[in-house]
Design a protein around this ligand. Structure first.
Ligand SMILES: [Zn+2]
Length: 198
């Protein structure tokens, strides 16, 4: 018997259209995740939502913010998701259920995985919180497919969970990095599927 959690990664204004580091299709993902949860919330013992939550300049968040050269959009990025700013808020079309566990990551660090973040109002890591709730399986959705979604799913497997990415509920920065990311996830044993695949 599996106990399943949904991890919603970084569905934040700065990663959606009009934001500082917009991903094409980000706002559509916000709406799609909301629709999915309206139909499928019963599948999940827990919903987790992560946010990138960076320190403002002059803190580069360990080199995550490009300051001396243009961002390469692979390891350096425009300033985004500064803690407490509108860009760091969840997209307004993302409706999270009561009891959602919130995670903040990247405070003066360049965290990509939700498992590297700090769980709000709980002690211990995200892996600890999931384990304490009896979670065995996680489904990962959100932004962006080729970076934080992949890092989160990969860390879920490393932490001993069975992990699935619901690809239709994600959006990516770029195709080449997405192809590498999904190949890596498949190698690591992550299931790649669609939200309506049963
Ligand atoms: Zn970031």
């Amino acid at each position: 018997m599996s106990t399943r959690a949904l991890i919603v990664v970084d569905v934040q204004n700065d990663f959606c259209e009009g934001g500082a580091l917009a991903v094409d299709g980000g706002s559509a993902v916000a709406r799609a995740v909301t629709g999915y949860l309206a139909d499928q919330a019963d599948r999940y013992a827990m919903v987790v939502a992560t946010r990138d939550w960076h320190a403002p300049l002059p803190d580069t968040n360990a080199g995550h913010f490009a300051v001396d050269a243009p961002p390469d959009f692979v390891t350096t990025w425009p300033v985004h998701c500064v803690a407490g700013t509108p860009g760091a808020e969840y997209h307004p079309d993302l409706a999270l259920p009561p009891g959602t566990v919130h995670v903040r990551k990247g405070q003066s660090r360049q965290d990509y995985s939700g498992f590297e973040g700090d769980v709000v109002d709980a002690s211990g890591s995200l892996a600890d919180v999931l384990t304490a709730a009896g979670v065995t399986d996680v489904d990962v959705v959100g932004l962006a497919t080729d970076h934080c979604v992949t890092a989160t799913a990969s860390d879920a497997v490393s932490a001993g969970f069975t992990a699935t990415v619901l690809l239709d509920l994600t959006a990516a920065v770029a195709l080449p990095t997405t192809l590498r990311a999904v190949a890596r996830l498949a190698d690591e044993g992550v299931t790649l599927t669609a939200s309506d695949a049963g």
